[in-house]
Design a protein around this ligand. Sequence first.
Ligand SMILES: [Zn+2]
Length: 628
Amino acid sequence: MKKYTRGVHFDFHTMPNIDGLLSDFNAEEFAETLKNAHTQFINFPARCNIGFSYYNTSIGFKYEGLERDILREVLDACHKRDIGVAVYINGGLNHELAYHKPEFCRQNEKGEVIINDVTDNFFRMMCWNTDYKKHFFTELEEILSYGVDGIFIDCVQAKPCYCPNCMKKMQELGVDITNEQAMTDYQQNLILELYKEIKKFVGNDIYLYINSNISIPGIHTHAEVECLPSSKLWGADYFYPASSFARPRFNKRVYMTGRFQDCWGDFGGVKTLSSLENDLYDALLSGFDFTVADHLHPKKGLFKEVSDKIKAVFEEKIKYEPYTLNAEYICDIAIIADEEDFGAPDYLKGASRMLCELKLPFDIITPNGDFKNKKLIIIPKNLSVSDTFKANLLEFYKNGGKIIFIGNGIDIAKKYDLLNGVTLIADDEFDNSYFTFENSDIPFSSYCPAKIIKNNGGEELSKYVKGMFNFIYDGRHSYFYRPQGEVTEYSTCVVKDNLAFICFDAFNAYASNFLRENKLLIKKAIDKLLPEKLIESEDLPSTAIVSLTKTDKHTVLHLKATYPSIRNGRGIIEEHNFIKRATITVKGEYKKVYSITDNKEISTTVNNGKTTFVAEDILGYNAYLLSK
Ligand SMILES: [Zn+2]
């Protein structure tokens, strides 16, 4: 497979009736521009979500009036310049085909094919239980015959379908068609079978990425985390949970951001270079390759404004590549999350933000994943677990591993007989309990229901304070104002030996309100269990993100200063932020620290297995090479 670390993804979804489609587009110039911009790989459309093809198809709808075979031209021009080309095709959407063949569509419970508001791109979708599948595989066969380097299949979603074919198959399998979850599960299984068929068809020699809610190593050749952080749809809190989830599962990982200020299809919205660089730094910090997405203009193709920014951000990337290519991310903490939680549910957003702010690198691992090399794992909720997980968890604990159980995750501690140091009394009867923190006289909000636990020989870090009322309407008043009640004999946080228990859903609470004491309570528990940190600094602000990555030869400390400013609820980056000089301590003895960004040696103090150095004022991002 063609290796790459710098990619460009092209969307090209084209409405009908455009005269002279791509009339100003020259594939040779296009490929030359990409080459000059240091592009190694592109995703290029063969057939778009509107349903038009840009190659010579025997079965699809080639764009009316388009005489040229754009895919052939682009492939040849790119291959001539050693740029790999994966081909984009939409799996879930094909509006032109759906218009002609409504029987290929997903249906709602009324048997309608218009299933959403027509201003939504997903207003109708294709059903894989119809002959659409045959049609799709024929397209795939045609595309593969072009000699492509990969296939990118977009918008494959598991959503209930009420079409006659799906209804018949669900009936045969005994799926409860009154239960939406059961219908979704049926579609999920259908898609997993489809994945296998596609993989068999595409083979092992080229890249395959199916953009869906689930990625499977062995089928997907790599993780391609799509995230437009300045768009409402993803937001600034998406990338870290999604990338931390993908990282332990895939050796090749790509961060696909976009040049758009808003969302896909924002033709005239171009982010600032600082904003693109911010995304690049997140990729470097997380051990990801980097792809920037664009939408080609139907006549002009690629704008210079866009290719210039792509060139500039790739030049920034190249500076760090000798030290970061194929780097492994170093961390000793893992959050355990259910397989279906990929895509950043709130509790993982809360957890990721909290651990980033605390400068604690982490992975997110599914219950059947491998966490034996971690030092601390966090069980943030009552997970769907198997006997394998139980055996792995008990083995981890037996070997000295530390575990924090949070909220309903305490049910797992009970199930596995790990309630050491606490007794589980009951579920919380209050919808708004509180917790004590250090010497403050105010009990702080938990925001989420809790488990009532009692200290039983452990060290109590916080007490449970009950609410005064629940939120009820008693026929006379609605209990909107629900102050703190009495401090109780129960605990909010207890640590005993290698275990800690936090009685409320602290990550969801953090994702909803970002209460500092909530974060500091978790920090206290982590400090007890894991006093030795990979990275420490008293000087860095909460907005700074740090990580350590390692290649065969190089260990690098990454430090990002830039963060979005909030503009009407959205995180926007217009320019980079500063961090004032900060003292940083790293685990390990390094005689030399070299700032790759400033091209400068920095003196260090080595003491007790730790290295301390001073990072001078930082604008945006800095990477430090640590040498023994
Ligand atoms: Zn169907």
